[in-house]
Design a protein around this ligand. Structure first.
Ligand code: SF4
Length: 395
């Protein structure tokens, strides 16, 4: 078994390897393998696995890629992530990818899919709509058709007809993956000092760029390590981070929040890897239906989902309560419409519920966050001094 530090070092390298080296090696190991890049937030990676491929998360260049060409494609008043993704593509970081999926989240992602098509990047480019109708016979059927469309693209490349067994096997692997990530978050809820949020971030993000089987092996070892009473508790408040689901904050900012006096006990940084709550049925005769049912019935709260019967502010409040948090930090990428449009809804609801919050904006390539750190520190101190009770009975 590797030490926790060894695992974190591996994950740190993989998570920020902008050349996607492990994915490339994996593809070259066997004929017929395909790589399919997907943008945030969520994509059912199981179907790519079942088709002999690997779904690879693309979360932008962060603060590790200078943008030169990317700015030419976008106006100044939108978020940063599409510029760095274009830059990565034009600089051939993803030349070994076969196709690209752009899950529906906002107009920026939609337009990015158009630029990929226009530039003829990859063998296929799909803008993938996710259902906003939560009836299995309507939204569910539509979603299954979208997944079949993706599988058709892959078959045109490697000739593989996806079988029920292959889909169920993939579902089982990703069920294990989600279960172990969930275990890590559950341990951190009570013992957040055992593993920092920075390390959790490396571990979860690495899973988006390596084979799920390898990630599961690493996760198993992480789970073993954090069963032990490691680390030293510190006087910090527990918070939930919301709004950072697409363009990712620089790692220094993720770190700064905990350094400023907060334990982040839940977040939406890598929401896609945690989107489905609980297992997907891995023994169904119709696995695509099982995947679509999981999205319709077991999704976490997200700005990309509008479920009138299950308002997202209550879903987030429930997370805050169940994690025993005393506050929420709304962290939105600058110009991120989905996140910034949600913020007033959350804030109005939280004012009524008595949930404390602060908000700030960031950009993936900005490494100056002294002001944010001070703001978070003041938030933490004010809660520690005047009200340290976790949120209860808000729902
Ligand atoms: S950061 Fe926000 S606005 Fe930008 S692509 Fe992502 S979801 Fe869309």
């Amino acid at each position: 078994m590797k030490t926790l530090k060894e695992i974190i070092d591996i994950c740190k390298f993989q998570a920020f390897d902008l050349n996607f080296t492990r994915a490339k090696e994996w593809k070259l190991e066997k004929d017929g393998r395909v790589l399919v890049g997907y943008m945030p937030i969520y994509f059912p990676r199981e179907i790519i696995h079942a088709a002999g491929g690997m779904a690879v998360g693309i979360f932008g260049g962060g603060d590790r890629k200078q943008i030169i060409k990317g700015d030419a494609y976008y106006q100044s008043y939108i978020c940063h992530i599409p510029r760095s993704i274009i830059e990565l593509a034009l600089d051939k970081h993803m030349a070994h990818f076969d196709g690209f999926i752009f899950p529906s989240i906002c107009d920026v992602i939609r337009n990015l899919s158009g630029i990929f098509k226009q530039q003829k990047i990859g063998k296929f480019v799909k803008y993938m709509d996710f259902p906003q109708n939560f009836l299995p016979e309507i939204g569910g059927v539509f979603y299954q058709q979208e997944m079949q469309h993706v599988l058709k693209y892959i078959k045109e490349i490697n000739g593989i007809d996806v079988t029920i067994d292959a889909l169920n096997h993939a579902i089982d692997l990703y069920n294990k993956n989600r279960k172990m990530i969930s275990y890590i978050y559950n341990i951190r809820q009570d013992f957040p000092w055992r593993l920092s949020i920075e390390d959790v971030y490396y571990i979860v993000r690495a899973g988006t760029v390596m084979p799920v089987e390898e990630h599961n092996e690493l996760l198993e070892q992480v789970c073993e390590h954090i069963k032990e009473n490691i680390g030293v508790p510190q006087d910090k408040i527990k918070v939930v981070i919301s709004g950072a689901f697409c363009e990712q904050p620089a790692i220094g900012l993720i770190k700064a929040i905990e350094e400023a006096g907060c334990y982040v006990v839940d977040d939406d940084y890598m929401l896609g890897s945690r989107m489905i709550l609980g297992d997907i049925d891995a023994s169904s005769n119709n696995p695509l239906e099982a995947i679509s049912n999981s999205y319709i019935k077991q999704s976490q709260y997200s700005s990309s989902i509008y479920d009138v019967n299950n308002p997202k502010e209550y879903r987030l409040a429930k997370i805050v309560e169940s994690r025993g948090a005393t506050g929420v930090i709304f962290a939105a990428a600058s110009f991120c419409d989905p996140s910034l449009l949600d913020a007033p809804i959350f804030q109005n609801a939280f004012n009524k519920m008595g949930i404390r919050y602060i908000s700030f904006q960031y950009s993936e390539n900005i490494n100056q966050y002294k002001v944010i750190k001070e703001q978070v520190g003041a938030f933490s101190d004010s809660i520690k001094l005047w009200e340290d009770e976790p949120v209860t009975a808000v729902i």
